[in-house]
Design a protein around this ligand. Structure first.
Ligand code: HPA
Length: 276
């Protein structure tokens, strides 16, 4: 048997014993959005530590739990705290929660994160709709024997971020009068921020935002046939574009400042996705 698949199934069995909620949308909360789940109609909560074999995050301020509930009348599962590759987990563990949420029933994945801004004219505090991604700086979570139960060996990646979902999010931003940038997200391993030269490399590659999560999750979700959308909070201008050194504190402070607007956009988008 495949140990990655065995682990996933073990987690799924453990979760099914405890939770009977069927979500439609899976939402992953990035920095600054951590308390989004407090504002929804919560039905059930499950700490990751209660799921047998589940990878648990070590980053301070990252809560580790699934919250099940409703955003208006849309059933959602929210990942409050994700695990990152830089923490030392296997990439298969990093994406395990995504796979689990699909197995629970979620057909749509809504990814959020904080990222460094590279795109022309971007400013700290901007929100960016993710239109595409570069994931080649982290291992593909699909390396290893293919899990045919989840998806095909060589999945197409021509439209990772679903065009219909992008249209919905654009419409929500417009109606809420929120400026929404658009662009390509690149995932590097971290945990160090990039050097100015690495940021230039990312720019040449076509990236508008750089971060340490998300793209590998989208690869796993795309493999399983989920519809995917994502928004980055540009918490800072990337190194060398900003004129000052980066700090985690700046990233957190900006993400916290933008959070109310970001939450509004996420809520309005999910409500509209529920009507698709
Ligand atoms: N680089 C990488 N990851 C990040 C950044 C950044 O500038 N800001 C927030 N997450």
């Amino acid at each position: 048997m495949n140990p990655v698949y065995d682990k996933l199934m073990k987690c799924y069995e453990s979760l099914k014993e405890k939770i009977h909620f069927r979500p439609e949308v899976a939402l992953v909360l990035g920095s600054g959005l951590g308390d989004y789940a407090d504002g929804i109609q919560v039905e059930e909560v499950l700490d990751y530590s209660q799921i047998e074999g589940f990878p648990v995050s070590t980053v301070p301020g990252h809560k580790g739990r699934f919250v099940f509930g409703y955003v208006q009348d849309v059933p959602v599962v929210i990942m409050q705290g994700r695990v990152h590759y830089y923490e030392g987990y296997e990439i298969s563990d990093v994406v395990l929660p995504i796979r689990l949420m699909k197995l629970m029933g979620a057909e749509t994945l809504f990814l959020t994160n904080a990222a460094g801004g590279i795109g022309e004219g971007f400013q700290a505090g901007d929100l960016m709709l993710i239109t595409g991604q570069i994931a080649n700086f982290v291992p593909s979570p699909l390396i290893g024997p293919n899990m045919d139960e989840l998806g095909v060996r060589f999945p197409d990646m021509s439209e990772i971020y679903d065009e219909d979902l992008r249209t919905v999010i654009r419409g929500a931003a417009k109606d809420l009068e929120i400026l929404l940038r658009e662009g390509v997200y690149i995932q590097l391993t971290g945990p160090n921020y990039e050097s100015p030269q690495e940021v230039q490399m990312c720019k040449i590659l076509g990236a508008d935002a750089v971060g340490m999560s998300t793209a590998c999750e989208a690869v796993a979700a795309n493999h399983m046939g989920m519809k995917i959308c994502g928004i980055s909070c540009i918490s800072n201008l990337a190194c060398g574009i900003a004129e000052h050194p980066l700090s985690h504190k700046e990233v957190q402070e900006t993400a916290d400042r933008v959070a109310p607007l970001f939450k509004q956009l996420v809520t309005e988008s999910i409500v509209r996705i529920g009507k698709l």
